[in-house]
Design a protein around this ligand. Sequence first.
Ligand SMILES: Cc1cc2nc3c(=O)[nH]c(=O)nc-3n(C[C@H](O)[C@H](O)[C@H](O)COP(=O)(O)O)c2cc1C
Length: 217
Amino acid sequence: MPWHQRGVVALQTTVGSLHLPSTVKKRIIVAITGASGAVYGLRLLQMLREMGGIQTYLIVSDPAWLTVQEELNISRNELEALADMIYSVHHVGAPVASGSFLCDGMVIAPCSMRTLAAVAHGLSDNLITRAADVTLKERRRLILMVRETPLNLAHLRNMLSVTEMGGIIFPPVPGFYQRPQNIDDLVTHTVIRVLAVLGLPQANVPRWTGLSTVDDT
Ligand SMILES: Cc1cc2nc3c(=O)[nH]c(=O)nc-3n(C[C@H](O)[C@H](O)[C@H](O)COP(=O)(O)O)c2cc1C
C-alpha cells in the first residue's frame, strides 16, 4: 500500500465528538485536492492557525498526497498537525458530511478539475465533494481555488455551474501590482484574498489605494 494511503483506516477511527472551547469563533473546512498548488492549502492552514480562534477541519484527497509529496518539503504528519481535525477523504460518514454540522465555510485549496466537475454535478463521491455539496445546499460560503491551464469547455462550464449554485471560483492567479519579491509573497497575498472572501479580513496588509499619479501627456 502506498505511503499516502497507509493512515486512512487509522484516521477514520480518530473522528470523535467535538468539544469546542468557548474561544472558537469560526469553523472552516479546508480540502486539498490533486491539482498543482498544494502550497495554497498549506499556507491557508498556517494562516488560519496563526489567527487563533478558528477551528479547522482538513480533508486531503489521495491524489493530493502525491502533489504534497512532489511540491512541498513537508511530511504528512506535519501537514495534518496544522489542522484541528483530520478526516479521511473516504469517510463519508464524518460530521462535515452533514448539514447539521455547523460551519462557516469551506475552501478547496487547490481544487482539481476532477473535484470541480464533481461539485458542479452534485456528485458526492468522497468526503470533499460531499462536504462541498452540503456547503452549497446550506447556502454557506464555498471557495474553489481551481487550478488548470489552459481551460477546456468542460472546465469553464463547470465553473459556471458552481457559480450559479452560489460557489465562488477563486483561481490562484497572482497580481503583480504589490511587487512580490518571491513565490512566498505571491502565495501569501492570494491566501489573504481568500481569507477576506471567507469573511476573515487581515489587518495590516497592503491594500490597493489607486494609482498615485495620472500621466496623460
Ligand atoms: C503532480 C501532479 C500535478 C497535477 N496538477 C493538476 C492540476 O494542476 N489541475 C488538475 O485539475 N489536475 C492536476 N493533476 C491531476 C489530478 O491529480 C487528477 O485529476 C486527480 O484525479 C484529481 O483527483 P482529486 O480531485 O480527487 O484530488 C495533477 C496530478 C499530478 C500527479
